[in-house]
Ligand binder design. Structure first.
Ligand code: ADP
Ligand code: MG
Length: 254
């Protein structure tokens, strides 16, 4: 990717306002996600993080404003949604759950063919669970389900990958492995990635920039290092924070 491309916008939100049940839950005057960047999004529960992703993914229409660059005319956008509990009785395999990602492209009535199946297998390999292709989705761990969700999003061949709390409810090892996997995929596929997370200590390693949301509004955008100051975190989450400097990297204490 050339230097000029890198600063080009992948997605631009202009004067976007999202109203849910009569309440404005997201107000963004201007937000530019740069092509090729890894943007982290943090903020308290209910601050509009998932709403922001849903709007960029085209799953939710804003009451007013514009989203440029997303969708068919611009880059493709795919969302790996926040983890939902899967019914263990669901009779589909992990491979089939990934192939669901192709229906947007095929239309609901066409069955995905061998090409889609082969690509789904390839993606399972990329996210490290090729060996689980035929396992019923109800029988996989949280980490495995998250990897499958990422593969499902990648099947849509996105330019922009949106991840909503990909490490929530995972143990420490699974968290680190998923984050490493996401980082690898981001650079290997040359994606623009927007990741919502509460994993503050993962931000410096992964993110080019961090966006802070509070009560439905972006309140800060900048480097991960500067995002993780005690003052900024206290303002954002409404509790005091201690941040240590460890080998030139900020570490937020629980
Ligand atoms: P976050 O992801 O930061 O926790 P959300 O974007 O999910 O926050 O929610 C932002 C606000 O929108 C919250 O106040 C939430 O209650 C509200 N909200 C979310 N989903 C819906 C919905 N389907 N209908 C009505 N209000 C919703
Ligand atoms: Mg959310």
């Amino acid at each position: 990717m050339s230097g000029a491309d890198r600063d080009a916008p992948a997605v631009t939100l202009l004067d976007v306002r999202v109203v849910r049940q009569g309440r404005a839950v997201l107000r963004v005057r201007e937000l530019v996600v740069k092509r090729g960047e890894f943007l982290g999004v943090i903020g308290p529960n209910g601050s509009g993080k998932s709403t922001l992703l849903a709007v960029v993914a085209g799953r939710l229409r804003p009451a007013t404003g514009k989203i440029l660059g997303a969708g068919t005319a611009g880059g493709r956008v795919a969302l790996a949604a926040q983890m939902t509990a899967l019914d263990p009785r669901l009779p589909i395999s992990i491979l089939e759950s990934v192939m669901v990602g192709a229906y947007a492209e095929l239309g609901a009535l066409r069955r995905p063919g061998p090409k889609v199946r082969a690509r789904a297998r390839q993606l399972l390999d990329m996210v490290g669970i090729a060996h689980l292709a035929d396992r019923p989705i109800g029988l996989c761990s949280g980490g495995e389900a998250q990897r499958a969700a990422i593969a499902r999003a990648l099947l849509q061949r996105p330019d922009v990958l949106l991840l909503d709390e990909p490490t929530s409810a995972l143990d420490w090892r699974a968290q680190r492995e998923i984050l490493a996997c996401i980082k690898d995929i981001h650079s290997r596929l040359g994606l623009t990635t927007v990741m919502v997370t509460h994993e503050l200590n993962a931000l410096p390693e992964l993110c080019d920039r961090v966006l802070v949301l509070r009560a439905g509004e972006p309140v800060w955008l900048g480097s991960a290092r500067e995002a993780l100051t005690p003052q900024r975190l206290a303002e954002t989450f409404g509790i005091p924070f201690t941040v240590l400097d460890h080998r030139d990297r900020p570490v937020v204490l629980f």
